[in-house]
Design a protein around this ligand. Structure first.
Ligand code: SF4
Length: 377
């Protein structure tokens, strides 16, 4: 059986960034303590699933803000109570303000292999716009500290498509990441979500989003610069200096491998059914303390829905989709794509067809959602 992925959600942040729509909270020591107790309970409940994991991902929120003691407690409980393979990749999301040589060493000692650093930008004005708590110097220092600590993979998160961001400004972010020696980059387009500070500013007409063609231009610039440096783009937002630096955990989301999510708002998937936990820390913890499941809802996917997802997720990866394998998996009546649309996308340079395999080109990745809609129409 393929090993599953384990996701652990740490919902705490020191302040909430104006563009963030994740399940995060600013909580004092008491709520953090009750979170850790509830986490123990949820890990205990998870043992009954009998899953074996070969990736463990601590995300948030800001897992690095927990400090080595609480982090060590979570890691210890997972190792004690769940079946984690000995070669599993342990992945930690880190914010620059939590990084010091001592902290980095403690994360390595706990067994973390893959550190994702939320630098977002190396430009003070951009960081101020994004409401981040660190500056450009702090971002550079944190990246160097993680690299010096010997993590097998150090990944940097960068945001592009800020209002008014020029090609040169974006180029400088990418070049700085390369100069620092990062081995993986996650490049996210700035998205304005309802319910965030940016969403409210946008509604009031105080915040303009960059036009779609300008966004696409910046996205393609990342392909150009990183490609010239020998990097690979293996998923729409993910770039690796070499194949062994790819995120093995995220790959599970893209190819429908089962994963189990623990913590408030965490999502899980068993190959057919997706379920998700209560989003609010208080309600998630209360359910567990009462001896109840913290799951808020679930959705069973029929073959049509699974096929559509497989196309959507697959066409966001450089490997693309294999229509022959999808027909074997779902049957020829379900695994149907719009062939004339595929031909048009191939002729237009958005897709490449190689027998049964369809792969997105960089321009296709830049408009991945539109490509998927056309293929499934
Ligand atoms: S640090 Fe990350 S998770 Fe926390 S508020 Fe900012 S964007 Fe959201």
């Amino acid at each position: 059986m393929t090993a599953a992925g384990l996701y652990l959600h740490v919902p705490f942040c020191t302040s909430v960034c104006p563009y963030c729509d994740f399940a995060v909270t600013i909580a004092g020591p008491q709520r953090r303590a009750s979170y850790l107790d509830a986490f123990d309970l949820e890990i205990g409940r998870a043992t009954a699933r009998g899953l074996r994991f070969d990736t463990v991902y601590l995300g948030g929120g800001t897992p690095s803000s927990l400090g080595p003691g609480p982090l060590g407690r979570i890691v210890g409980r997972v190792r004690e109570r769940l079946d984690v393979a000995s070669g599993a990749v342990w992945h930690l999301e880190v914010n620059p303000e939590d990084v010091s040589p001592v902290a980095a060493e403690s994360w390595r000692d706990l067994g973390f292999d893959f550190a994702s650093l939320g630098v977002q930008s190396f430009d003070d004005a951009e960081l101020a716009f994004l409401g981040r708590r660190h500056g450009a110097d702090g971002a550079r220092r944190a990246a160097r500290t993680l690299l010096d600590a010997g993590f097998p993979t150090v990944s940097l998160d960068l945001i592009f498509g800020l209002p008014g961001q020029t090609r040169d400004r974006w180029r400088r972010q990418l070049e700085t990441a390369l100069e620092l020696g990062a081995q993986h980059l996650s490049c996210y387009q700035l998205t304005v979500h309802d319910g965030t500070v940016f969403g409210r500013r946008h509604r009031r007409g105080e915040l303009d989003e960059l036009a779609e063609d300008e966004q696409a231009e910046l996205y393609l610039l990342a392909h150009e610069i990183l490609g010239a440096a020998g990097w690979e783009s293996y998923e729409v937002s993910s770039f690796a200096a070499a194949p062994h630096h790819r995120s093995r955990h995220n790959q599970k989301y893209w190819d429908h491998t089962p994963y189990l999510g623990l913590g408030p708002s965490a999502h899980s998937f068993d190959g057919r059914t997706r379920w998700w936990n209560r989003r609010k820390l208080r309600l998630w913890a209360a359910a567990l303390e009462a001896g109840e499941s913290p799951v808020e809802g679930e959705e069973r996917l029929d073959d049509e829905a699974l096929f559509a997802e497989a196309v959507m997720l697959g066409l966001r990866t450089a490997a693309g989709i294999d229509l022959g394998r999808l027909r074997d998996r779902f049957g020829a009546a379900v695994a149907v794509v719009d062939e004339p649309a595929v031909d048009r996308l191939v002729a237009g340079g958005w897709l490449v067809r190689d027998g049964d395999r369809l792969r997105p080109t960089p321009p296709g990745m830049a408009v991945a959602d539109a490509v998927v809609r056309a293929v499934l129409a």
